[in-house]
Ligand binder design. Sequence first.
Ligand code: BGC
Length: 366
Amino acid sequence: MKMRFTRLFAFSLLLSLFAVSLGACAAEKSAPVKVGISMSDFATERWKPEAELIQKLLEEKGYEVLVQEANHDVKLQNDQVENMVSQGIRGLIILAEDGDEAVSAVEKAAAAGVKVISYDRLVKTDKISAYLSFDNTEVGRQQAQGLMQAVDIENWDVAVNGKLRLVKLGGSPTDNNAILFRKGQDEALEPYADKIEVVADQWVDDWDPANALKLMENILAATNNDIDAVLASNDGTALGALEAMRAQGLAGVVPVSGQDATADGCNSIVKGELSVTIFKDIRDLAPKAVGLMDSLLNGESVQGMQQFSLAELTNTPNQTGFVQAYFLPVVQVNQANLYDTVVISGFQPYESVYRDIPEDQRPPKP
Ligand code: BGC
């Protein structure tokens, strides 16, 4: 009797051990893989919806997603990345506030085995798994070409008008894209070099429209409002500059460039104040990043990437290393093609683009 009881006890102990280990296995299997999203800020219109889209698409694939936003604070962004790594993320999609400063946190993450995708902006290290963005040099070229078209540079007569007095407003100097936009802008301006006089050349910290407004107020005061074109590097800073120009009666008179085809930027184009913006379809970039992350985490080979040197991508000859990168195309948008590119494609809502425009002057609702 005693013997049977002991056997029974031993048997049930075994059974329960088996059940516990089965349970542990199941728990291990179902624990979702974590992916971190680290965003520099949510101040520019595009970033919040983009982070939300990336999160949604990752969740649909079964990942657990951690999202952090650093409010333009470089140190905070690095702390947030390190914190997510300590929470066990296996992948990181990072929009860096500062392509140099983010290197330390990104390299630590990579050393911990985290697959890192540099999203839209380059983090300057070859430890990233991939860099996904738009053709940023082309953005700059298109901005400058669009602006030159708006001032009709081909027919600009220096003998009659003097040289074209150009204001350059670059983006945030810590954003590698701002450097690439400038590179493309300079390339496109080169053929007209002897027709142009750069009367101001500034960079807008944090891409902040309020900074652009202040800079433009100072530029207008210093030049006695004598400017002919403003090469701003995105819609936010362009609209900040336009606010200062409006106060001097120059909005809609002096051509201005932008980028992002934001709702407000498009509305400004319709109203004849912003001359040109650059449409970058973020609805393609976010899924690309998610697909790529999924492949990286599953150890699958990734198609369509191309190797680039960091020297080339940063426009800095002494930068060493190579990364895998992919760039989406960009489209120049002005009054003539805004409806077809931005409205018909549903990139911006009709009501936002034609805000304040009387019904009878609007194109048909798509
Ligand atoms: C992006 C632009 C954006 C800017 C400000 C750049 O890195 O490429 O699309 O307007 O940052 O956030």
